[in-house]
Design a protein around this ligand. Structure first.
Ligand code: AHR
Length: 531
């Protein structure tokens, strides 16, 4: 840049830049972090499917959480809770993965249509599975919340024929015997199944298979399990098949991804898949951390562990790049989230935990990682939707509350299908004991209407941060949005105090200079930049 160009840029900046002062929030002096957003360098689309959910037949995830039955005194529509549906509609849930999880490889779909069979749920406490919530109820739920079905078929204890017949039952439009049975059960029109999971954790609860053995099963299932819905035969409407992928950082998972992706490179017309699943929980298996009543140690440990998601994605993406440089196969992180000790007094097999401000922050950090890998990560499903692990919603009989994680997902709705815009910044460091983490995280994106959105997470539990953002290529007038924080890292919503952790509005006026937002400690903030 010449001196004259530099001077002209400076003058230009004095005219078009501005300052946005957020509402005063705290008396503490804030450290400053400079962010540079460059809209001219827009990147990949942030696939809305990274905001997918997971609903397994586990504990009170389905029964009581979604399904109360048509005769319940809890307000419902055809047996599905109205309060839960209303809350979920606001999240614009792109897809729901069902019926598991480990449960999927024990699930026999015929038990859940017509006359229901009572079976057992050996994975999750050995309780009775009434099968009252089956295919039709799931599809009704999907319809009520305005989402899409991601159905996982049984590879572990089922057969290709069983899975093929389930798909024919759901999707055939022609009057086959199975399609007529579906009609007799109340749904003449074929259902849409946009996403098909071929097994779940087949290296573990899904059958303890070797990669080679699973691969041969995958080839059979991917050929014979067909979607017959006439509306799903062409282009982007075609059903996407998701193969079982890695489940953590162990060497066996590197080998697994190698085996499956190497085979993909040589796949023929007769078998195929479109996504590779990855599971990665934030968990200490030896000593599960509490989900409530914890302090800064556990906060820092959880966030340190959750940031390992980035390295894991990078590692498996690199293997995928080797065999699929055009990135045709999506990496689908279809189980992720914080996994903590079960709540005292609850059935440990039900994986019931509280959800604190920490988990809202943890969710934001993970979503930002997915967004930064948007070219490869085109799907993710947080585990799990209701009453299980890092849930959106907690219920107890007629009571319901949404969680801090729910609010983060709601705040991120504008990022669904938005175009990633790079942000550069020096994050600084938050240190607690021997743990050091980036103090600030941020992403930016342009939504489909062209509006610019900025997300900033202040990880530091004690110090506010002053964000000074320069946005090249945008003449901003104001910034408006929401910020989520609470008095403590372990603040939670309860049935008696459902709004203890809830977002507050944040807005700022253009004042000239740069965009300046003062963010509270331990907070997640999403603002749109009005031009
Ligand atoms: O989400 C709980 C369980 O975790 C799932 O059933 C399984 O796939 C994973 O191990």
């Amino acid at each position: 840049m010449t001196l004259a160009q530099g001077a002209s840029r400076l003058i230009h900046c004095l005219f078009v830049c501005f300052t946005l002062i957020a509402a005063p929030m705290t008396a503490l002096a804030a450290d400053k972090v400079e962010l540079s957003v460059d809209v001219s360098k827009a990147g990949a689309k942030i696939d809305r499917n990274i905001f997918g959910q997971f609903a397994e037949h586990l504990g009170h995830g389905i029964y009581d959480g979604i399904w109360v039955g048509p005769d319940s005194t809890i307000p419902n529509t055809r047996g599905i809770r109205n309060d839960v549906v209303a809350a979920l509609r606001a999240l614009k849930v792109p897809n729901v993965r069902w019926p598991g999880g480990c449960f999927a490889d024990d699930y026999h779909w015929r038990n859940g249509i017509g006359q229901r069979a009572a079976t057992l749920n050996p994975n999750w406490g050995g309780v009775i599975e009434p099968n009252a919530f089956g295919t039709h109820e799931f599809m009704d739920f999907i319809d009520q919340i305005g989402s899409n079905a991601y159905v996982s078929v049984n590879v572990g204890s089922g057969t290709p024929r069983e899975a093929a017949e389930w798909l024919e039952y759901m999707t055939a439009a022609q009057p086959t015997t199975l399609a007529k049975e579906r009609a007799a059960n109340g749904h003449p029109a074929p259902y849409k199944v946009p996403y098909l999971g071929i097994g779940n954790e087949s290296w573990d609860c899904g059958g303890n298979m070797s990669a080679e053995y699973y691969l041969s099963r995958l080839k059979i299932y991917s050929h014979f399990v067909r979607n017959f819905n006439p509306a799903q035969q062409q282009g982007s409407q075609q059903m996407l098949k998701i193969a079982v992928g890695p489940g953590g950082n162990e060497p066996r998972f590197t080998e697994w991804t190698e085996t499956i992706m190497k085979a993909y490179q040589q796949h023929t017309w007769s078998w195929d898949f479109n996504g590779l699943s990855m599971h990665n929980y934030t968990v200490n298996w030896q000593h599960k951390l509490p989900s409530e009543g914890f302090g800064e140690n556990e906060y820092a440990q959880s966030l340190k562990s959750t940031l390992e998601m980035d390295g894991l994605i990078a590692k498996h993406s690199a293997i995928m790049d080797k065999y699929d440089p055009e990135k045709k196969v999506a990496l689908v992180v279809d189980e992720w989230g914080g996994w903590y000790a079960p709540l005292p007094g609850s059935n440990p097999a039900f994986l019931l935990q509280q959800n604190s401000l920490r988990d809202g922050i943890l969710a934001a950090l993970n979503v930002n990682i997915f967004a930064r890998h948007a070219d490869r990560v085109r799907g993710a499903n947080i585990a799990q939707m209701i009453n299980v692990l890092q849930a959106m919603i907690l219920t107890d009989k007629e009571k319901m509350t949404v969680t801090p994680t729910y609010y983060v997902f709601k705040m991120y709705v504008p990022f669904q299908d938005a175009t990633f815009v790079p942000v550069t910044f020096d994050a600084g460091t938050y240190t607690h004991g021997d743990i050091s983490l980036p103090r600030v995280d941020a992403i930016a994106a342009k939504d489909t209407a062209g509006k610019l959105w900025l997300e900033i997470t202040n990880v530091d539990p004690d110090q506010p941060v002053e964000i000074e953002a320069s946005i090249a290529g945008v003449t901003a007038k104001s910034a408006t949005g929401e910020t989520l924080t609470a008095p403590k890292v372990d603040s939670v919503n309860t049935f008696d105090t459902p709004s203890a952790v809830a977002p507050k509005p944040i807005s700022a006026k253009a004042q000239g200079g740069k965009v300046v937002l003062k963010l509270e400690p331990k907070s997640v903030t999403v603002v749109s930049i009005e031009q």
